[in-house]
Ligand binder design. Structure first.
Ligand SMILES: Cc1cc2nc3c(=O)[nH]c(=O)nc-3n(C[C@H](O)[C@H](O)[C@H](O)COP(=O)(O)O)c2cc1C
Ligand SMILES: [Mn+2]
Length: 480
């Protein structure tokens, strides 16, 4: 494996958008697209085929971009590797973070323009996405905070609802940002944060790395770029942000305050309920001259891939530690890039796939269904996985079911554990209980004759159709 990428080709969002434009992968939409629903509807229709660029949405001077990393191949391209090397490259970067480098004060592009009097309703073109969303949401904001105890930074993407001129509410699932906030709140203090919008693809991807606490994801971004990420110190607090970002919102998550947030259409393609959540007070907004605002359409490819690729990299490493025969993994798009894991295994012992299944359940609570297949099945092709299930799996022998484990709170079927009550009616500790299912869709290690040999035609893979098919010939069927 070459893992050829040595240093970054796309240090900021603009250079990546230039690349997409030059290769006809950006659709420029009409001016004045409404920010409510219409913009997201158009971006959703283009998702996975072209990035969508909206000049003057609702007449707003700041343009909106969406869907610039909505294919696996594009993400591999931004990294400078082949698609097959994507997970190994991400893993290599996550294992070898590079400390960032601070840009001298006053030189960061993301601070070229500073607004100290802000009204979040009209300073930025923030879309309202799905039908029942409770209002405009920032969906591609990387929230950066420092651990109040150690000072080490953390990066995550969190959905943020705009409530007032300077007031917003966010969802923090119980991970690193939430832990920092809890530590600050316990001391009666606000947690200073920066919300970064319009980062380069590799920094966005790095924000989704699954790491222990006190690993600054901006260092993984540096490793992905092959050189230290240039950062700037915020103007109102100590947080460091990618210097080449388009827009930065500086603020604090307030102690002891909660506001209603939601409903909001989430990645499983269902709404999460309205609940009381933590509140952000905005201190200032800075941006590049003529900034570009990024919005992610929830549950579409950009959202699913951003989460699934770093997870796949972590899951592959986790499984390979115990099972060197694990060759590849894929979190399928039908399983919203989170719940369905397909594992390709070089099986050497009967029973081994069941051990792999159990290991995968332990690797992340979101994993709900695991399918293990043989080497001749491409885990990136759901139809091939289904073929393996239909021809190599026997439910009485090859099925693993575990009742009442921890699952994803955003999976609506988990509410069935509690008589279908709405998740919001349950206490936090009761939410997300879920069954797990594993399917061993591998063939026996030894079998007779050609019972399990996949039908192939000699030469089929090597045929160059353009050399075989004669172009432009019409047959007159009646005169034959
Ligand atoms: C588009 C997008 C939106 C997300 N929204 C949220 C959110 O609202 N709340 C949350 O806790 N995690 C959200 N996530 C997931 C976190 O950003 C992700 O799990 C991150 O790696 C967590 O970082 P941490 O492990 O440093 O805490 C989102 C991810 C993506 C890609
Ligand atoms: Mn983290």
């Amino acid at each position: 494996m070459s893992l050829s990428s040595t240093h970054t080709v796309y240090p900021d969002l603009r250079s990546w958008l230039r690349r997409l434009s030059e290769t006809d992968r950006v659709a420029v939409l009409r001016e004045n697209t409404p920010l409510k629903h219409r913009l997201a509807a158009i971006a959703k229709r283009l998702d996975g085929s072209k990035a969508a660029y909206f000049p003057k949405p609702d007449g707003h001077p700041i343009p909106v971009i969406s869907g610039f990393m909505s294919r696996r191949g594009w993400i591999a391209e931004a990294m400078g590797v082949d698609e097959g090397e994507l997970l190994a490259r991400f893993r290599q970067a996550a294992d070898n973070p590079l400390p960032w480098k601070e840009t001298p004060a006053g030189q960061a592009p993301c601070q070229q323009v500073v607004h100290r009097e802000v009204d979040m309703h009209d300073l930025l073109p923030i879309p309202t996405h799905s039908e029942h969303d409770s209002g405009p949401y920032i969906t591609a904001g990387m929230v950066i905070a420092r651990n109040p105890v150690t000072g080490v930074q953390n990066v995550s993407i969190n959905r943020i609802q705009v409530h007032g001129k300077r007031r917003m509410a966010l969802l923090m699932l119980p991970r690193h940002l939430h832990a920092f906030y809890k530590a600050a709140e316990a001391a009666g203090q606000a947690l200073p944060i920066a919300i970064v919008i319009g980062a380069d693809p590799l920094t966005l991807l790095a924000s989704q790395a699954i790491t222990p606490i006190d690993y600054d994801e901006l260092e993984i971004a540096g490793a992905l770029h092959g050189k230290p990420l240039e950062v700037a110190k915020c103007l109102s607090n100590e947080v460091r942000v990618p210097a080449h970002a388009e827009i930065v919102i500086e603020g604090r998550i307030l102690p002891g305050e909660r506001d209603e947030e939601g409903p909001f259409g989430e990645f499983p393609k269902y709404y999460s309920a309205r609940e009381f959540r933590e509140v952000i007070d905005v201190d200032l907004v800075s941006h590049r001259r003529s900034p570009i605002y990024h919005t992610i359409v929830p549950a579409e490819m950009e959202h699913l891939l951003l989460g699934s690729i770093p997870r796949e990299a972590t899951l592959l490493a986790h499984l390979q530690r115990s099972f060197p025969g694990v060759l590849d993994v894929h979190l399928s798009i039908g399983g919203v890039g989170r719940y369905h894991l397909f594992v390709k295994l070089r099986k050497t012992h009967e029973g081994m796939p069941k051990n792999v299944i159990l290991c995968a359940f332990g690797a992340h609570y979101d994993i709900k269904h695991v399918v293990v297949v043989d080497e001749d099945v491409d885990v990136h092709e759901p139809q091939q996985v289904e073929w393996a299930v239909s021809t190599r799996f026997q439910a009485d022998r090859d099925l693993v079911v575990i009742a009442g484990a921890q699952g994803s709170v955003l999976d609506p079927s988990t509410t069935l554990y509690h008589g279908g009550r709405d998740t919001a009616e349950l206490e936090l500790h009761q939410q997300g209980m879920s069954a797990k299912m594993g399917l061993d869709a591998t063939r026996p290690v030894r079998y007779h004759d050609h019972v399990f040999t996949k039908v192939m035609i000699p030469g089929e893979k090597d045929i160059d159709l353009s050399a075989e098919v004669v172009p432009g010939v019409r047959i007159d069927w009646d005169s034959l």
